[in-house]
Ligand binder design. Structure first.
Ligand code: GLA
Length: 384
């Protein structure tokens, strides 16, 4: 058990005076397929060894007590009083609400959690928060939901309490991630294929820009609406039922004068990204990492110019990567407007790339970017 897990367990025992059950709920990375999970696309995420530990025990009452070590905040409420609040509380209470919506009789419990996942970094601390509590309660109360059902429940929690109309990628990767593998998730059918990745000779490095522009969640919901608008126009003028039906990204050009410039750009990005992700999956299976990396750069261009969810800090980091011959691919990761870039770098060049980039970034923005070298691990589970 690592140091954070021990700390979470010991703090729980001190606070609640009993033995808890321990769970680990990971964050995620995503190699390619950004902003297409809510557009019937494919994405390629994996669960990582940055996440949240949960200590949970039933308490034989109707009362729920949460304590967050990292925020040093707690909430106590009765199960009959579950309602929207703010910040981290919405993620855990949203999960309780969704269990209640299924008419699942929750039992009172005590829960303490803490972790090492950076917040607002595009690594999905929110899915880690939702997933840990949902998985733990499902097990402790014997509800019998499977991991896919739990992921869908967590997605609904995020829609209804924090009010972010997210796709399924984060919750799915958080639950169903597999050690040393990437998931090729078909977001239309909600099924996945596992891709065992051999990236010997390369490293996946995340660089946290340490900026998080506050418009992230409102712009996220706006993008989703713009895509819905665009798809409706496509449906009205063709036999397309889903962005996935647009077999060739060129076809979208024919619709340019039927929608606003913004909506057109969003649609163009989406069909290109769906196409790119399919190509990328093939390249990854063939172990063609260099060609795969080129597609990551293209994704960033699309996110910057067409989908418009980047920012100057992320663009700067990707430009540094593009100028370095040892970096094969780089792009912003997650929802955008700050957070991390994901980079695939030749092992021998990692330290030079990082030192040059961090120095240049500091000089440009006076911010110390943070670096995470992550390992791909299993999705949410119990720690014995
Ligand atoms: C956030 C959402 C995901 C996905 C990404 C962008 O992480 O939670 O569902 O849409 O943004 O790819």
């Amino acid at each position: 058990m690592n140091a954070t897990a021990v700390k979470v367990k010991d703090c729980f025992k001190e606070k609640f005076n009993k033995e808890p059950h321990l769970y680990y709920s990971p964050g995620r990375i995503n190699l390619i397929g950004e902003h297409v999970d809510y557009n019937d696309g494919f994405v390629m995420p994996a669960a990582i060894d940055k996440g949240i530990y949960f200590a949970i025990a039933l308490n034989n009452t109707e009362q729920v007590n949460f304590y967050s070590i990292d925020f040093n905040e707690s909430i106590s409420l009765s199960l009959s009083e579950v309602k929207k609040m703010d910040t981290w509380k919405n993620y855990v209470l949203g999960v309780l609400y969704e269990f209640q919506q299924l008419n699942i009789p929750l039992k009172g419990f005590d829960c303490l959690f803490g972790g090492d996942i950076p917040i607002g970094a595009g690594i999905s601390s929110s899915a880690a928060l939702e997933g840990g509590i949902a998985f733990g309660l499902n097990e402790l109360c014997g509800f019998g939901l499977n991991k896919k059902e739990i992921a869908l429940l967590c997605q609904r929690a995020e829609h209804n309490f924090p009010d972010v109309k997210c796709g399924i990628m984060d919750q799915y990767a958080n639950m169903l991630g597999e050690k040393n593998s990437f998931i090729l998730l078909d977001c239309m059918n909600i099924t996945h294929e596992t891709i065992r990745v051999n990236i010997d000779g390369y490293e996946i490095v995340l660089i946290n820009s340490k900026v998080h522009h506050s418009l992230a969640s409102s712009e996220y919901n706006k993008r989703r609406k713009e895509c819905e608008e665009g798809l409706n126009i496509l449906k009205n003028h063709s036999n397309v039922q889903s962005f996935r039906d647009v077999k060739n990204p060129e076809i979208i050009i024919g619709f340019e004068n039927k929608m606003s410039t913004e909506v057109f750009k969003r649609c163009q990005y989406v069909v290109e990204e769906i196409d790119r992700t399919k190509k990328a999956a093939k390249l990854l299976k063939e172990n063609n990492i260099e060609a795969f990396g080129k597609l990551m750069f293209q994704t960033h261009e699309g996110l910057k110019n067409l989908y418009q969810v980047s920012c100057k800090e992320l663009d700067f980091l990707v430009d540094c990567a593009a100028d370095n011959k040892d970096v094969v691919g780089s792009r912003l990761m997650g929802g955008g407007f700050g957070g991390c870039t994901i980079n695939i770098v030749k092992e021998k060049g990692v330290s030079q790339f990082l030192s040059e980039t961090l120095t240049a970034y500091k000089k440009q923005f006076n911010i110390d970017a943070e670096v995470y070298e992550v390992n791909v691990i299993d999705g949410t589970g119990k720690i014995q």
